[in-house]
Design a protein. Structure first.
Length: 122
């Protein structure tokens, strides 16, 4: 009898777990997604690179006055590249397609200012 009680209790926990997973929806800003999460959403069409770029730029605008993490940011270039990436057919996309990255300001990057050897050079 104790074994049946355990089995019944276990089945109820599984049912509650299934109900819980299906009834809670958390809307996360795309800028907080991991690369793997974003890649899955790109594959299913639930997210575009442009949407991720808009979210990321919004987060930067909201926080950069206090964080001051960006020596150089070209929003127009970010949006152009995002649109370009969205136009690539899904079959031609690589595993890091559309993943947002930041490049440290001491790395030489064509067309962008570099703060090397010191921040006063920016």
């Amino acid at each position: 009898m104790a074994r049946n009680a355990y089995k019944d209790h276990h089945q109820r926990i599984q049912l509650v777990s299934l109900i819980f997973r299906s009834t809670i929806t958390i809307k996360m800003e795309p800028c907080f997604l991991t690369a793997s999460q974003a890649a899955k959403l790109y594959e299913t069409g639930e997210l575009t690179v442009t949407e991720l770029a808009i979210s990321t730029l919004g987060r930067i605008k909201a926080r950069d006055d206090s964080v001051r993490g960006w020596a150089y940011l070209d929003e127009e270039l970010v949006m152009k590249r995002a649109r370009d990436l969205d136009s690539i057919p899904k079959a031609a996309r690589g595993p890091l397609h559309g993943v947002t990255i930041a490049v440290k300001d001491v790395i030489y990057t064509k067309g962008m200012s570099t703060c090397l050897p010191s921040p006063t050079d920016c």
